[in-house]
Write a protein that binds this ligand. Structure first.
Ligand code: PLP
Length: 386
């Protein structure tokens, strides 16, 4: 990232950490990791080291990690009606997702739309556990098991779902739980050995690794979805295609770095609180979404009456500050936030998301303050003229 810019959009993509860059460069001219010769075995070692590091981030077993091209591919693989257990088949007859999930989960993966139920959230963005419990109680297991997928932490608001309680509800119903931990991994501790979820979805570029790498992490080797990509037997047959070696090596290095930095979360929270204090000082009528719920330490999502988020985002950009408006997560398109809508707040002029990391500097926050002050002054000028 350019040194003269303030990059406050870590939830879109966290800056590449030095460790990941070095690991990628070192892996760039590695051989095919499936080759049996010495060069191939060296390449294989790079993948297995990364597998161990990604597993450690969520306290899982390395053999339960399957590398994919993205979290989106991991979700598309896991959200499938067809699973296999050894040589036998297992059927998931219905998928339950959350209204505030990322589109890669909300889309329902390989389930037909009629077999997908969306569970709502409250005004703070927390999933409606009673609705989930009721839906699972009504699930007819004669046709197959219920599959539940939900995000651990929201990419827009940073709101953290009560995964422990959700896991209990799903277990009670005899279902299978997939947790999209893309925004949570490396920002809150996740312990797969303690029954956190049956399957996790991870993405490298949200933790300081390269883009275009993700992972499925299973809690056990009981069963897996039928593969989405078939061909050679890579990733034990769960995901064919020669592995993205440099990407995987970078993912592993980023996982190691972010795990080592987990104890700096308090400092990140103080920085985020500083940003929210600035918002409240400059715009006392601002609303911070999800503030009453447990949230990631690095995220704040707010709306200021009279300020259109998309316009403000451009003004911030011109002032050297990169942040997001709404859920600008796909191909540059900015639409009304489905997360805010799910929270019953779809009527606002959109919201701005500031998301930071351990490396966020005081000057970046100062740049944010100056830019917001300018935008608020222009709003005041307009109101006066009206
Ligand atoms: N899940 C969440 C919560 C996300 O925020 C994102 C990306 O923004 C994804 C999934 C998709 O990740 P990827 O870019 O690796 O496909």
């Amino acid at each position: 990232m350019a040194a003269n810019r303030a990059y406050l959009d870590h939830n879109a993509s966290a800056p590449l950490v030095a460790e990941a860059r070095a690991a990628m460069v070192a892996a760039l001219d590695a051989a095919n990791p499936s080759s049996v010769h010495s060069e191939g075995r060296t390449a294989r070692r790079l993948i297995e080291d990364a597998r161990r590091d990604v597993a450690s981030l969520v306290n899982a077993r390395p053999e339960h990690v399957v590398f994919t091209s993205s979290a989106t591919e991991a979700a598309s693989t896991l959200l499938s009606p067809d699973w296999q257990m050894g040589r036998g088949s297992v059927r998931m007859s219905h998928l339950y997702v959350c209204e505030a999930d990322h589109p890669c989960v909300l889309g329902g993966g390989r389930f037909p739309a009629a077999q997908v139920t969306r569970i709502g959230v409250d005004r703070n963005g927390i999933a409606d556990l009673e609705a989930l419990t009721r839906a699972l109680a009504a699930h007819d297991k004669a046709n197959g098991l219920p599959l539940v997928a939900i995000h651990a932490a929201n990419n827009e608001t940073g709101v953290i779902q009560p995964i422990g309680r959700i896991a209990e509800v799903v277990k009670e119903a005899g279902g299978v739980l997939v947790v999209d931990a893309v925004q949570a991994a490396g920002r809150i501790p996740i312990d797969m050995s303690a029954g956190y979820a049956d399957y996790l979805i991870l993405s490298s570029h949200k933790i300081g690794g390269p883009k275009g790498v993700g992972a499925i992490v299973a809690a056990a080797d009981l069963m897996m979805p039928k593969p989405l990509i078939t061909g050679g037997g890579q990733e034990k047959g769960h995901r064919a295609g020669t592995e993205n070696l440099a990407g995987i090596a970078g993912f592993g290095a980023a996982a190691r770095a972010v795990l080592a930095g987990l104890d700096e979360i308090e400092a990140v929270a103080r920085r985020r609180d500083e940003i929210e204090a600035i918002v409240r000082e400059i715009a006392p009528d601002a609303e911070i979404f999800g503030a009453a719920a447990p949230r990631l330490a690095n995220t704040t999502f707010f709306a200021i009456p009279g300020i259109k988020a998309e316009t403000a985002q451009i003004a911030f950009d011109l002032a050297g500050v990169a942040l997001s408006a709404g859920s600008a997560c796909s191909s540059g398109k900015v639409g009304p936030s489905h997360v805010l809508k799910a929270m019953g707040r779809g009527d606002s002029l959109g919201a701005l998301r500031v998301s930071i990391g351990r490396a966020t500097r005081a000057e970046e926050i100062a740049a944010f303050r100056a830019a917001l002050a300018g935008i608020a002054a222009r709003r005041a000028g307009k109101e006066k003229a009206a």
